[in-house]
Design a binder for this molecule. Structure first.
Ligand SMILES: CC(C)[C@H](C(=O)O)[C@@H](O)C(=O)O
Ligand code: SF4
Length: 423
């Protein structure tokens, strides 16, 4: 298509978001200087961004807009080392000095707290010093992870350079069977296209299966967009989005144009089985029925991928009244204080505790092996999180399998990786 044709074509959701943020028509492939709507840092990467900010802007400098910065504590909470405690102190002091919205150690995982507290709205451009910032695209925002040095300049100027990404639309049609979840869909997609299959693309999840999904289910998929290399994962805002955001949404959300230019790939999920990513790659994905017997030492039900109320509820329902299998350690961590309270009121916390699991306060927990709940050499972890590379959850001689909350629930009571449809 010639230049004329291109300029006349409609725009993708991402192109529209960048056009608004850059205050000029933005097309895929172009470089733009864009205004940031919200910038998030957390306890691990935050201190570096703060130090970088003072280096760039000078001692005593003020951030560009304190109301657009969110600081969260989630990776090492409650502080698990003196270093972590010092990082927390430093961020609290910075927040106080700059007048920044500051959530303390028990609010939950940044990627859950941001959307549930109204810091993410459709059409916004959001950056965070964490690779899973892409999660917020479930609400129709363009959200992406950036480095701490880039964040330092965002703090100083409120702007950042981007290359507007091409869009890959992942059209997912069909009805998911009982106990098959959006986690199985995203694992299958990553297994099919590979861990680098969507490098620097804006992945738009669409199709009848996505339309039927809740925000929690959509977040599981946008969360894992980075695991196939995507710059962002998005879902066009619809009625589900509007309902989730009713407290905060004041205007009609923007959507992409029908005649926009994008690549498209299709999946039919009518017959999809529960999927598992085997060690040590997220794209090493097989249907659970094709796994050999895999005995597990530890189960982690939580993380920004699958630590929401719906996830806990599904795992609990699959477990029924059965106890956690002998010799298995099950760690349950609700993704946020709000999700914890929902689980508490629904009796799920009691149910997990009675079954022999342990329920921890909202945080990242064992997800990245940087805090508690590590596995030892030769041990196998089954985890509802998003990464399983060597050493991710502790010993480099351990193994991590990734799965849905339904598979986690089924496996908790059998002690080996189990198809939840057989329980
Ligand atoms: C600590 C942080 C930089 C990291 C990320 O960016 O993803 C972590 O959250 C992870 O999941 O590995
Ligand atoms: S839960 Fe895991 S993936 Fe999510 S932000 Fe925390 S460490 Fe990263």
């Amino acid at each position: 298509m010639g230049v004329m044709g291109l300029s006349m074509a409609g725009q993708t959701l991402s192109e529209k978001i960048f056009s608004r943020a850059a205050n000029k028509e933005a097309r895929a492939g172009e470089f733009v200087m864009a205004s940031i709507d919200c910038a998030m840092i957390h306890d691990i990467t935050g201190p570096l961004a703060v130090r970088g900010f003072y280096e760039i802007a000078g001692k005593g400098a003020r951030v560009w807009n304190p109301s657009r910065i969110v600081i969260l504590f989630d990776h090492q909470v409650p502080a698990d080392s003196i270093k972590a405690a010092e990082n927390h102190q430093m961020l609290r002091a910075f927040a106080k000095e700059q007048g920044i919205i500051n959530y303390d150690v028990f609010s939950g995982i940044c990627h859950q707290v941001m959307p549930e507290n109204g810091h993410v709205l459709p059409g916004q451009l959001i950056v965070g010093t964490d690779s899973h910032t892409c999660t917020y695209g479930a609400l129709g925002a363009f959200a992406t992870g950036i480095g701490s040095t880039d964040m330092a300049s965002v703090f100083a100027t409120g702007k950042l350079w981007f290359m507007v990404p091409q869009t890959l639309r992942l059209v997912i049609d069909g009805r998911l069977r009982r106990r098959v979840t959006s986690k199985d869909v995203i694992l299958r997609i990553i297994g099919d296209i590979g861990a680098d299959g969507a490098n620097y693309l804006a992945c738009e999840f669409a199709g009848s299966a996505v339309e039927r999904m809740s925000i929690a289910e959509r977040m599981t998929m946008t969360n894992m967009s980075i695991e196939m290399g995507a710059k962002a994962g998005l879902v066009e805002p619809d009625r589900v989005t509007m309902t989730y955001l009713k407290e905060w949404l004041t205007e009609e959300p923007i959507r992409g144009d029908e005649d926009a230019i994008f690549e498209e790939k299709h999946w039919d999920v009518n017959d999809l089985e529960p999927q598992v990513a085997m060690p040590h790659r997220v794209d090493n994905v097989v249907p659970v029925s094709r796994l050999p017997h895999v005995k597990i030492d530890q189960i982690f039900l939580g993380s920004c991928t699958n630590g929401r109320f719906e996830d806990l509820k599904l795992a609990a329902e699959v477990m029924g009244d059965e106890p956690v299998a002998r010799g298995v350690r099950m760690i349950v961590i609700p993704a946020s204080r709000k999700e914890y309270m929902r689980a508490l009121r629904a009796g799920l916390i009691e149910k997990f505790m009675e079954a022999g699991a342990i329920v921890e306060s909202p945080c990242c927990g064992p997800c990245m092996g940087g805090s508690f709940g590590l596995i030892g050499p030769g041990e196998v972890s089954l985890s509802t999180s998003n990464r399983n590379f060597v050493g991710r959850q502790g010993s480099p001689k351990g193994e991590v399998y990734l799965c849905s909350p339904a598979v986690a629930g089924a496996s908790a009571i059998t002690g080996e990786i189990t198809d939840p449809r057989e329980i």
